[in-house]
Design a binder for this molecule. Sequence first.
Ligand SMILES: Cc1cc2nc3c(=O)[nH]c(=O)nc-3n(C[C@H](O)[C@H](O)[C@H](O)COP(=O)(O)OP(=O)(O)OC[C@H]3O[C@@H](n4cnc5c(N)ncnc54)[C@H](O)[C@@H]3O)c2cc1C
Ligand SMILES: NC(=O)c1ccc[n+]([C@@H]2O[C@H](COP(=O)([O-])OP(=O)(O)OC[C@H]3O[C@@H](n4cnc5c(N)ncnc54)[C@H](O)[C@@H]3O)[C@@H](O)[C@H]2O)c1
Length: 501
Amino acid sequence: MEKYDLAVIGSGPGGFSAAVRALDFGKDVCLIEAGHVGGAGVMNGALTSKTMWELSHDYAVAAAVDRGYRASGLQVDFTKVKKSVMKAAKTKQYQILSQIETYSQKPGQKGSLTIKYGFASFKDRNTLEIDRGKKEDKETIEADYIIIATGSSPRELPDLKVDQKRIINSDGILNLKKFPERMMIIGSGIIGCEFATIFSNFGHTEVHLLDRAHRVIPFADNDVSDFVSGNLQKNGVVIHHTANLRTVNKKKDYLEVVLDYEDGHSTVIEVDVVLVSIGRDPNTKGLGLENVNIQTTPHGYLKVNEECATGDFDNCNIFAAGDVTGHKALYCVAEEQGRFIVEAIFGELEYPTDYSHMPTLMFFKPEVASVGVNEKILQEKKIPYKAAFYSNEMVNRTIAMRNTNGFVKVLVSDDGRDRILGMQAAGPQASAFIVSVSYLMNSESGMNEVLRSIHPHPSVTEGIQECFRVFNKRSIFKPEAFPDKIKSWAWKPLELQSEKS
Ligand SMILES: Cc1cc2nc3c(=O)[nH]c(=O)nc-3n(C[C@H](O)[C@H](O)[C@H](O)COP(=O)(O)OP(=O)(O)OC[C@H]3O[C@@H](n4cnc5c(N)ncnc54)[C@H](O)[C@@H]3O)c2cc1C
Ligand SMILES: NC(=O)c1ccc[n+]([C@@H]2O[C@H](COP(=O)([O-])OP(=O)(O)OC[C@H]3O[C@@H](n4cnc5c(N)ncnc54)[C@H](O)[C@@H]3O)[C@@H](O)[C@H]2O)c1
């Protein structure tokens, strides 16, 4: 039986980062993958969806007719779009495979990386069985430490069977043969709104989005989710708020979707494809967790502690990273946890993982980014705050881009210290500049540090600086002159409000 220092189940961002970091410590590592190399970080997930988003965004810009140019003969072919998406995915997969081959076992080498394909499950705390799906094609390996980085899969609706042809989830997007003429997206979270943006950007699909609540992306502040749904509607998406899916009747040439609304009325809509995007479930089934006495939460996530260990760190050899842990299901979280575990096991931890200042990006039209907490969370926790809003309509760079649909909203503490608590931003480059505020938050800087630095002109980030200046009435343009574009307000819990009065 082959023996390794570390075995990692799953080659997504969590598993791959752990495997590679272990090489840095001279360890022999076995990486086991049951599906696509790179996991949802590459295929049917972050990279493929972002490639589609980029292509759809460029196409929408090329198709615009309000900027002084008009493209003639602009065409888009779904099969060619898919080819570009696959090229992007293959680029990353071959980078991963090239690195694995570079570090494959060689005589006398300290540290090696071996990939094995198949479904891994625990026999005991140091032994994994790898099942290649064919009868008798099983292998058993041993490892001192094992990391579970098995990711997550699209959640299913109990009464709607996904066939990945006409009723699909995010794993089935690339199975489509052409742009659907009509599409119903069930679930208006990040994945639902991203694909609503992508398909409406290409302009070949009538997109319907089912939102069972009153607002899309329910965890966002109301102004942010209103901004997102307003833009989706402007892009042609029909949003069905407060609708519940009753049934999908499969007809020979189309699907009949029946929706029941909160106010009691119902609608029947004809579409060609239904996309289910109602969340994701952790991949913990079939892992043989009962053989190693590892518990899951009621939702199937692995219970891990601060060190991502499945038990007491000093006596534990089984760890978990990524979506399977129930932390935010993000690429950067998985990758960070993978590195972190290996550093904790084989090295020395320099600092604990802090998830609180990790930015989140959402690829809509335009992109939306956030870091820290939002107003909803602050109000839930009854933390007083001050807020300022600065529209991109006032920012010279976005005026020059002819693309002013966006804003910066900053939240600072209302305790005399002006600590930065969070920022939400939308518009061009928001996904890049959000990191600057994340750095400030990590270094526990306050508003004054932002005000001391001078932002170059013309840059999109001038909006951030002006937004901060709004708090102490130093902005060049004033809320009084532009009340819908520049705003500030404060919030405190009711009990504190009455204290003052
Ligand atoms: C459509 C979509 C878009 C996304 N966009 C973004 C984005 O823009 N930004 C972002 O930060 N995040 C995004 N995400 C989320 C991100 O992809 C995930 O959070 C991330 O991939 C999780 O990494 P992971 O290593 O935990 O698991 P995964 O990437 O899911 O990888 C797990 C791997 O484990 C394998 N596996 C499972 N069970 C076994 C087993 N028993 N034996 C062997 N192998 C096994 C699977 O085949 C898979 O390859 C997106 C996700 C989706 C679905
Ligand atoms: N840009 C990014 O960072 C990015 C992009 C895509 C996915 N992701 C990750 O993937 C995760 C999963 O995305 P998601 O959009 O599937 O989940 P989500 O949790 O973001 O949204 C699910 C949505 O489906 C709705 N829903 C749940 N059950 C429903 C039902 N029975 N009928 C109708 N609606 C229902 C919820 O109310 C919610 O609006 C995200 O939470 C995120 O962590 C990140």
